[in-house]
Design a protein around this ligand. Sequence first.
Ligand code: UN1
Length: 511
Amino acid sequence: MATMEQKPAGVHTTAKTKVFKNFIGGEWVESRTGRTFENLNPADTREVVGIFQKSGKEDVDHAIETAKQAFRKWRLVPAPRRAEMLYKASELLIARKEEYARDMTREMGKVIKETRGDVQEAIDCGYYTAGEGRRLFGPTVPSELPNKFAMAIRQPLGVCAMITPWNFPMAIPSWKLFPALVAGNTAVIKPAQDTPLSTLNFVKTLHDAGIPAGVVNIVTGFGGEIGTPMVEHPAVRAVSLTGSTAVGRIVGQEAAKTFKHCSLELGGKNPMIVLDDANLDLALEGALWGAFGTTGQRCTATSRIIIQKGVYKKFVDELVARAKKLKVGNGLDESVDMGPAVNSSQMETDLKYIKIGKDEGAKMLCGGHRLEGEAYNHGWFVAPTVFADVDPKMRIAQEEIFGPVVSIIPCDGLENAIEIANDIEYGLSSSIYTKDVNKAFTAMRDLYAGITYINAPTIGAEVHLPFGGTKATGNGHREGGIGAIDFYTEWKSVYVDYSDKLQRAQIDRPE
Ligand code: UN1
């Protein structure tokens, strides 16, 4: 774990190590538990990024009660005004982009180019959602009856609880907070214990942009201790979780007990199809980026590559050659291509699946081990790993690993490829490389997933289109785009009868 209460040997905590607090009701406050935890740099665990509050139920209750009070006023602030604060937050994030990107690389390991992208995604989301503040459209329709007006308006829900992951520790909180706020909700957010700093940086920016006290609150700590009381709290009206399918199943059931809106964005095992007619060089570049970008730690990571037999050997040989050349190391070094696993338990999972793949009989062509040497000994580094000749039923081809391990599966052609791609528990992202427009459109129609890319890998979603997946990837909601506004609002249909008489719908029909 990059976070721990017990300090491992050699950890540098100095008097200067910064202590970060929860942010509740516009103030930085210590946890009522009196406990803290250390956030360690996964590239070099001797570095303590900061000390954070290890909060408990009492802190959650305090934050939710504060958010509930703040909702009374915030819901009445005109949406265009709320939107201006979002716009301002994006402007501030631009000014702070480099600082926040560096913080993010230090706390979760992904390379600096990518953490800049993570902050940029929050910026984009702020600008996009600010625009929605002047729309928040609802339908106005003609009434069946004379002198009667009919429309539907959006109303906010109240307090929203957000549980966010470590792999996009600013972008994903922004997907949740911005639409919730523009719609007039208040929020309590619990960032992943591995990445509290990036989410604190984001919340601080919202505060600096003028979002009033109590509207956004952040409580740091561990899943069971604070996630559970957030989901159970009766004053919470919506829960949004990005995390594992296992946790999503529990959160969904718990939220249902009190009829909370619940949005779950969960696992993926995303296929990339490469057909014989593909631009092979482009496909290779895409595969490398999709599989090993973010150390494979994206829900959308390209974790299965399904290749038509005509180009199979060439593709595999070349992919392995390129994977071997990837520079792995500390993400703050601009020349590094891939950073460490986020924590020791993720590294153990990667290594466990590598063993499973070998035991299942897949052909491991590169990587497959923890990296050693001066640059690696204090971090959680796993070599980029390629398995070829993978049977689609093998566990390494079915289960989400969330690490730099990719499975290559041969296929006969488009139909067979789509069958393999869809024969999976998840349905987040998918992609196909082909120059044949007919095949591309067939894949667009038949890949059963929330996202399909043509001639691009499975990663790279933009904030103004729906993000989410089918089957065990979620429960039908989407983040991004207008779907997020739908999630954070509830419809109210309004009928205004200005006829001055009782008009009974469906009965007093005009001639
Ligand atoms: C994730 O995969 O966990 O689409 C989020 C992408 C990013 C977001 C990924 N914009 O790859």
